[in-house]
Ligand binder design. Structure first.
Ligand SMILES: Nc1nc2c(ncn2[C@@H]2O[C@H](COP(=O)(O)OP(=O)(O)OP(=O)(O)O)[C@@H](O)[C@H]2O)c(=O)[nH]1
Ligand SMILES: [Mg+2]
Length: 452
């Protein structure tokens, strides 16, 4: 990437969303920014990071708006280049006209994400942080926004670089022994093994945090399943706080899956109400039950609803068996009518109560949080792996380190571990951003909107 390409063209775009608003921001970045400012805001002498209130005119000097003008000189700007922001009144027409004037004066319309791409190319943020900017903009829940924010600082790169340095040190020790077998003794196996073990532990912790972070960002899916008439749709409605699904005393009311979202502790939870499962169903109902099984298979958590007031049906028993070794929450509903079924089944950790009762719903929400993502919202203030690419890289590094340990502990010559360590080093370079393939970089920035 040459300097020429980074700063060669001055780009411009509207940075705020389309439509009317209080303010619209038109921004430009690049070497011609001062010249552009002199034309569109002739009334001011630009001072860095100073808010100038002035008249904006187009390329022919025709007044467009009274606006606030901000100038940030290179390298102390978002992109690392000279940057101009024009805060105009939030009319789509005004913003468009100002942009048109900048383009007429020689700027080029920015590609999606091009401002952030320039920031990356100028070393203002790493790829991981750049993709965190996109995550932050895309965040739909408080937790997702927090998770993205933690990744903005580039702390992950620092953590991973420390690991890479550790690996380099071992490689150097081993290489010394290979190159100068007379002078340099072979490194102590036990010490190298301990270093490898601690690197593996750190990477596993990183992977775990990343997995939790991903759950929080993407949300989790919960399938409400159970025999007909158990109160599944009543539960969906109670969690939503609205009468979304039809509820009736007729068994087999729900025929198709119904999907809605709620948030629990800031985490998005997609809840799917399903058709009650029973053996002797008509053709239409059987098709619905088929969908229930598919929803159940795809969900992270099975929310098993049973009528706890009556002896368990064979379907209820089968369902309890089938879900016993997967993530699930069991509720024995209709406690107001009795607890015969609940006592008979005696499922450890099951909730006894009624979906009509607020305390039961509270207990249920906290159980869903515990089973869904381990209770408390995880510590997302720490930087963590976000993209699948980063997960792949960490997995590859873990596999290489495990192979190296295998070589070491099976008593084979030590120089055989060097290749594996080099592989681990390279894989981690993709996480720290020290190795960034062109297509990865392009992929990250393609996610952005124009103006970012
Ligand atoms: N007494 C009592 N009745 C309840 C409770 N929860 C649900 N019901 C009633 O049980 C009946 C069935 O409720 P639904 O929510 O339609 O049950 P469902 O599991 O969705 O049933 P299908 O859609 O047929 O599979 C309705 O008449 C509800 O009003 C409860 O806690 N106590
Ligand atoms: Mg129903």
């Amino acid at each position: 990437m040459t300097e020429e390409r980074v700063t060669g063209e001055t780009i411009a775009a509207i940075a705020t969303p389309p439509g009317r608003g209080a303010i619209a921001i038109v921004r430009a970045s690049g070497a011609q920014v001062r010249a552009l400012a002199a034309r569109v805001a002739p009334g001011v002498r630009l001072r860095p990071r100073h808010a100038h209130h002035t008249r904006i005119v187009d390329e022919r000097g025709v007044a467009l708006d009274d606006a606030i003008v901000l100038f940030a000189p290179a390298p102390h700007s978002y992109t690392g280049e000279d940057t101009l922001e024009l805060h105009v009144h939030g009319s789509p027409v005004v913003a468009r006209e100002v942009l048109r004037a900048l383009l007429a004066l020689g700027a080029r319309l920015a590609e999606p994400g091009e401002f952030t791409q320039r920031a990356f190319l100028n070393g203002k943020l790493d790829v991981h942080a750049a993709s965190a900017v996109a995550d932050l903009i895309d965040a739909e829940t408080r937790s997702a926004a927090r998770a993205a924010l933690a990744n903005l600082g580039g702390g992950l790169a620092t953590r991973v670089r420390a690991l890479r340095d550790g690996i380099t040190a071992i490689v150097e020790e081993c290489s010394g022994a290979i190159d100068f077998p007379e002078e340099v003794p072979e490194p102590d196996r036990a010490r190298v093994d301990a270093a490898l073990r601690s690197a593996i532990a750190e990477l596993e912790a990183l992977r775990h945090d990343g997995e939790v972070g991903r759950l929080v960002r993407d949300g989790i899916t919960v399938a409400i399943v159970g025999p007909p008439n158990a109160g599944k749709s009543s539960l969906l409605n109670a969690l939503l706080g609205e009468e979304r699904a039809l509820v009736s005393e007729i068994a087999g009311t729900t025929r198709d899956t119904i999907e809605e979202s709620i948030t629990i502790d800031g985490v998005r939870v997609r809840i799917i109400d399903t058709a009650g499962i029973r053996a002797h169903a008509d053709r239409l109902e059987a098709a619905g039950i088929e969908r229930t099984h598919r929803a159940l298979a795809a969900a992270r958590v099975a929310l098993v609803v049973l009528d706890g007031s009556r002896p368990l049906s064979p379907e209820a028993r089968t369902l309890l068996d089938d879900t016993s070794d997967r993530a699930r929450v069991v509720i024995f509903n209709k406690a107001d009518l009795g607890d015969a079924g609940a006592r008979e089944a005696n499922v450890a950790g099951a909730i006894l109560g009624s979906v009509r009762d607020a305390a039961t719903l509270r207990e249920l929400r906290s159980e869903l949080a515990r089973v869904g993502w381990g209770g408390d919202v995880p510590d997302l203030e720490r930087p963590h792996l976000a993209s699948l690419r980063e997960f792949d890289a960490v997995n590859a590094a873990l596999a290489s380190l495990a192979a190296a340990r295998e070589t070491l502990t099976s008593g084979q010559p030590m120089d055989l571990i060097v290749g594996d360590l080099q592989n681990a080093f390279a894989a981690l370079g993709h996480v720290s951003g020290d190795i960034a393939a062109e297509d990865i970089v392009t992929g990250v920035f393609a996610r952005f909107c124009i103006g970012k």
